[in-house]
Design a protein around this ligand. Structure first.
Ligand code: ACM
Ligand code: ZN
Length: 535
């Protein structure tokens, strides 16, 4: 029997025992005027013309149908009448067209349909498991630019992902124009050098190439519109109160000691050997500044969701700051963790008051954090996160060991990414409904060009997309690897750099904590160097 090689896996498919429909370069398309995005994708990928009024029918038809169960769902049938995709909305039709794309030969990616293609009769009924299906790109560590980001968005749509979390600020760079504070980009978007060896290397080694770049607000609007055309919401992250050295390099008066500081050049936490700085939670000026920044973000990002970071904020500097200590007294707080809750809650409230949602990394949301904040679970404080989810708080799962795209396969296998189950056993079925979905973060300290960027995304992101879209009982790792082999041909046609199967098949075993630690000390490019030659 013919097998269907779609990733993420279709939830329900019935292949008819006999019957085939033939599409060719003469076939016509037919879709309503009010599904512009699905229609555009269909025309682009097939290269076929739309029918004219005098020539009804159409070999591939898109139709609205309010009987289709879910907003993002679709029904695709192939029979003697041709290919018909039905959905409630343009969005559902768009996902139906993405599935049809993978039923067609990989060559359509470069040529469209130029020769007859025979499709078996079938009926597909499909809809996503999770509403939040995300990917995070860190452009603070390296800047990729408009064209690379648009291509990433195309590749997210291919996998039916619908959230693009854009990490736009960190110690190592500030990448978004803020009209009110131009120094954020004039100063914060440039650094003189970059650490080139592993996170836990005992002695940092640098290259001495400048890294710079940022998006103007006009460019941000263009990317947001491009994402919307692909049914992708863009969620900006301004990481606070830690991971903020680039902002403090531009406006040192926002830090506790007010001293000049350079944009970060080291991996991760800016410098393993010095105390990371934080935005001062004692000075009123910090809040005025950040609320003004947030107002510009809210204006720019129509998805109306802002990520405030909150991760890895070491509190030493707050302990030594008279303003922060005065704030603790004034507010009757117990310690610096409660001060962080005060800080994040106050900014979150400013965002909530404008009808927007807030996301924060779990390790920076302590006992008194606002329970309207969506928790992005990655590491540390797992028990506390689970307690909050049980109590009704919403969450997104991004477990570091399985979902970080920058982690090499020798440290964490593709299978490990695939098998992670977001409905963790600690939660009842009802409690698990508070999990909105999953997201794969991609940290780019060692990712400095487009080939490497895509190489890290594929195929691990596809494994995660399948968890985002496909019902748990429909998943199977061996079957995924088989379908992946076919999708890789499409990635090749698209010119997408992806990890060779030689690499991810070599490291099938699950990681252990020791390999994790040693992996972080190792040459971060080892797999890239070894397997781009043999790919
Ligand atoms: C993180 O990886 N610091 C969220
Ligand atoms: Zn302070």
């Amino acid at each position: 029997m013919t097998s269907i090689h779609i990733v993420p896996k279709i939830n329900q498919i019935e292949l008819q025992p006999r019957g085939e429909y033939s599409l060719g370069p003469e076939s016509l398309l037919c879709f309503p005027a009010d599904c512009p995005r699905a229609g555009r994708l269909l025309m682009k990928m097939t290269g076929l013309k739309t029918q004219t009024a005098s020539d009804p029918g159409g070999a591939i038809r898109l139709e609205f149908d309010q009987q289709v169960q879910q907003d993002e769902g679709y029904v695709l049938t192939i029979d003697a009448a041709g290919v018909l995709i039905r959905a409630k909305s343009d969005r559902g039709l768009f996902y139906g067209v993405q599935s049809l794309r993978q039923l067609l030969p990989a060559s359509i990616e470069t040529t469209g349909i130029v020769a007859p293609v025979v499709l078996p009769y079938m009926r597909i009924e499909d809809a996503p498991r999770f509403a939040y299906r995300g990917f995070m790109l860190d452009e603070a560590r390296h800047f990729f630019g408009m064209q690379a980001v648009k291509r990433v968005l195309d590749l997210l749509a291919l996998q039916k992902l619908n959230k693009f979390h854009w990490h736009l600020s960190d110690h190592q760079g500030w990448r978004i124009e803020i009209k009110k504070y131009p120094k954020l980009t004039e100063i914060g978007s440039r650094r003189s050098k970059t650490q080139r060896n592993g996170l836990l290397a005992l002695k940092a080694v640098y290259d001495h190439q400048e890294v710079s770049g940022f998006y103007t607000q006009a460019q941000i609007r263009e990317i947001v519109a491009y994402a919307a055309d692909n049914f992708i919401d863009v969620i900006p992250e301004i990481d606070l109160p830690g991971h903020s050295t680039a902002a403090l390099a531009a406006y040192p008066e926002l830090s506790c000691d007010g001293m000049a500081v350079e944009v970060g050049v080291d991996v991760g936490l800016a410098s393993f050997y010095s105390l990371p700085k934080l935005v001062c939670a004692g000075k009123e000026a910090s809040f005025t500044f950040l609320q003004n920044v947030l107002d510009e973000l809210i204006e720019l990002f129509p998805a109306r969701t802002i990520h405030l970071g909150s991760d890895e904020a070491g509190k030493k500097v707050w302990q030594n700051c008279p303003d922060c200590q005065a704030r603790i007294k004034e507010q009757g707080l117990k310690d610096e963790n409660e001060l962080q809750d005060y800080f994040i809650n106050r900014l979150a409230r400013h965002v909530f008051d404008q009808g927007c949602a807030v996301i924060g990394w779990n390790d920076g949301l302590f006992a008194h954090s606002d329970d309207r904040i969506i928790i992005q679970n990655w590491f540390h404080a797992y028990k506390e996160t689970i307690q909050k989810i049980k109590a009704g708080q919403k969450a997104i799962m991004s477990p570091m060991a399985s979902y970080y795209l920058n982690i090499p396969f020798r440290v964490s296998s593709l299978k490990q990414s695939y098998l992670y189950e977001p409905h963790v056993p600690e939660l009842t079925e009802k409690e698990a409904h508070n999990i909105l979905g999953v997201e794969a973060p991609y940290w780019t300290e060692f990712v400095n060009n487009r080939a490497k960027l895509e190489w890290g995304m594929f195929p691990r992101l596809l494994a995660i997309s399948e968890t985002a879209w496909t019902e748990r009982n429909n998943k199977n790792y061996e079957d995924f690897e088989n379908r992946l082999a076919v999708l890789e041909l499409r990635l090749d046609q698209l010119g997408v750099s992806h990890t060779s199967p030689l690499c991810y098949k070599k490291y099938r075993q699950f990681s252990n904590p020791l390999s994790f630690i040693f992996g972080l000390m190792d040459d971060p490019d080892r797999e890239f160097k070894a397997y781009t030659k043999s790919a």
